[in-house]
Design a protein around this ligand. Sequence first.
Ligand code: XIL
Length: 336
Amino acid sequence: SPGLAALARRTGRYFGCAVKSRQLREDPDFTAAVARECDIVVQEYELKRGTTERKQGRYDFSGTDAIMAFARKHDIAGRGHPLVWYAANPDWLEPALHAAKPGQREKLMTDYIRTAMRRYAGWITEWDVVNEAIEPNDGRPDGMRADSMWLRTMGEGYIDTAFHTAREVDPKASLFLTDFGLEHDSTRCERRRTAFLKLLDRLMARGVPVDAVGIQGHLKPYKEGFSQKVFADFLDKITGYGLDISVTEFDLADRGGPPDPDKRDRELAAVAKAFLDVALDNPATRGVVCWGLSDRYSWLSNYPEYKWPDGQLSRGLPLDAAGKRKPLWSAIADAF
Ligand code: XIL
């Protein structure tokens, strides 16, 4: 039966997932599932600078090269994640940024944007140019992320520079501003939505070339509630700027849910359907990318906040650990 990508394509959308090159190298069964279900893939970590540029200017793109070679072979598109992020950077970068003269700081960011984007021009069609720029729950009055080395050394203009550079390097690529914690009906997310929209408003006023917003979509249904109306209104505000939307890192944390896995699977599927119905009801939504495809490899199984204390695997992805389609798979299929 058709994969999720084939179903998504009927309304001009895409479906994809994050992968690691090692999975494609060592797990043929999983690799076949990616080829069957997806028409776009993204690197789970192999484009992060802590991996690609452990020594300054000595690049290792082998992981992403392997992922993109697989993608090409199967006529799958590529997203690039991320060019500028506060996290997963090499150890040398933050001290170098602080030591650099003000006029030299931008280069420490733009050299990477140029190198990565040039390498995959024509293959990677969408880039997460700046990931996770806001954090209003940390105390800064402007809602920007206080622990970002980019913000601290260059001010908010680092975002402008990143997008202008990205546009110049590959004018055909779609440029995304991506963030998490925008999804739930909670005080935390409400504050994050407000800060995010204010940032978007400033970026648009300055003519920063953002094409689309990436809603990461890491849902936590057993910690925070979800309101279709609240989420729909938020997406409308984004598209009010003429921007596109994608769900770029979809999964659901199941920690705290009922012990019966079948019951949990049904509940997760219901939340996913409510969320995706809103996302895909918006004509500006390009598609959905899950953060992984099978529970065999979910990052949530190892993430301190969400992993189960008894070691059982997280169940927040469309295929179970054996690679079988779950209720969540059907929820995504129905939403398309
Ligand atoms: C995660 C990866 O899945 C993990 O393997 C890694 O150890 C940490 O990063 N938001 C993001 C992603 O933008 O890059 C993160 O990916 C998950 C949260």
